[in-house]
Design a protein around this ligand. Structure first.
Ligand SMILES: Cc1cc2nc3c(=O)[nH]c(=O)nc-3n(C[C@H](O)[C@H](O)[C@H](O)COP(=O)(O)O)c2cc1C
Length: 340
């Protein structure tokens, strides 16, 4: 099944979730190449003082990215957010996503992300301001509510639809939940029933079966996968295949994973430069090897390496010493997702 956001008909309904510090351009490209139908970039700050920083310009660099190019914005001031949306559209964003889902305070120091859900009047102002500022589709990502006693996702969804929001993505937890407990899907189902715009279900999707279950439970138009894609970007084609055919793709070959990692790392270094590239690649390498025999020991040693050559060589040696090519990857799959 595919999903339409404004003029964009997406390839399928299996999306990669925006994750700050993870879904940079190289990772988004890899996920799309491996079957993700849609990706949203990491958050861009709405504070104009931050737009010129190196981090912000890296986050708004979409060179060569598969369309549609979607940029997430976060903040609490309607005018700042409207300006930020305009700024990003001028730099190539084809869809603007507003983040009201992030529980982390440092995102914008206080009143933004999912904290906004407490103030429905402000939400309404923000959504109207952003939708009115740009002529591209604007989407909203949010949580089920402020806390379990104040689940106002239905109100927010109605406000959003009335404001002209083109798609809703709902993470099945409240702000107070953080990443604790299990995501619940009943609220997502209720939101889906209450609006006529596309709804994307998010939270704790770790396998093709879970993806199918969540789609069935919620009636959502699409699912979005975050943490389970870390170190396993081929999960998108696994889910897409399972939803389409009811059968499982076999695990990837070891040499394919090695080649994918090599391609990912080289794109990562090119994007971040040598110094930052080596350091920020460590987490990705750690995720790739997490479920493999000897992975943790390797991760600890690899973290001490300081150059691109040493890092690439270590990854190569790890794969060479562990498996023979032509074999399929053997990994323990756990449902345990780490908090953000
Ligand atoms: C490291 C990390 C960074 C995240 N950054 C963002 C972000 O910038 N914007 C956002 O809307 N959600 C962010 N999230 C939330 C995810 O998009 C997603 O809603 C959440 O992880 C639940 O999905 P999952 O269970 O599939 O991981 C982040 C999550 C993680 C783990």
């Amino acid at each position: 099944m595919s999903v339409q956001i404004g003029p964009y008909l997406l390839r399928n309904n299996v999306f990669v979730a925006p994750m700050a510090g993870v879904t940079d351009r190289p990772f988004r490209q890899l996920c799309k190449q491996l079957g993700a139908g849609y990706a949203v970039s990491e958050m861009a700050a709405s504070n104009p003082r931050l737009w010129a920083t190196e981090k912000s310009s890296r986050r708004t660099d979409h060179t060569g990215e598969m369309e549609p190019k979607a940029v997430q914005i976060a903040g609490a001031d309607p005018q700042d957010l409207a300006d930020c949306a305009r700024f990003n559209v001028e730099r190539g964003a084809q869809i603007i996503d507003i983040n009201m889902g992030c529980p982390v305070k440092k995102v914008c120091n206080s009143w933004c992300g999912s904290a906004l859900l407490q103030d429905e009047a402000l939400v309404e102002k923000i959504l109207h301001a952003v939708v009115g500022a740009v002529d591209v589709p604007v989407t909203l990502k949010f949580r089920t509510g402020w806390d379990r006693l104040n689940k106002n996702a239905l109100n927010i969804a109605r406000i959003a639809e009335d404001a002209g929001i083109a798609m809703l993505t709902l993470h099945g937890r409240t702000r107070a939940d953080g990443y604790k407990g299990d995501a619940e899907y009943d609220t997502i189902a209720a939101v889906k029933r209450s609006v006529s715009i596309p709804v994307v279900a998010n939270g704790d999707i770790t396998s093709p079966e879970k993806a199918k279950y969540v789609l069935e439970q919620t009636g959502a138009d699409a699912i979005m996968v975050g943490r389970a894609a870390q170190g396993r970007p081929w999960i998108f084609r696994e889910i897409e295949h399972f939803l389409r055919t009811g059968s499982h793709l076999p695990a990837p070959y070891v040499d394919e994973v090695r080649a994918l990692m090599d391609e990912h790392l080289r794109a990562h270094y090119a994007f971040y430069g040598d110094f930052l590239g080596v350091r920020t690649a460590r987490k990705h390498i750690g995720w790739y090897v997490r479920d493999l025999a000897g992975g943790e020991e390797f991760r600890q040693k690899m973290n001490l390496l300081e150059s691109i050559d040493a890092q690439l060589q270590a990854v190569d040696q790890f794969f060479e010493s562990q498996w023979s090519f032509g074999e399929r990857l053997q990994y323990r799959l756990s449902d345990d997702l780490q908090p953000a």
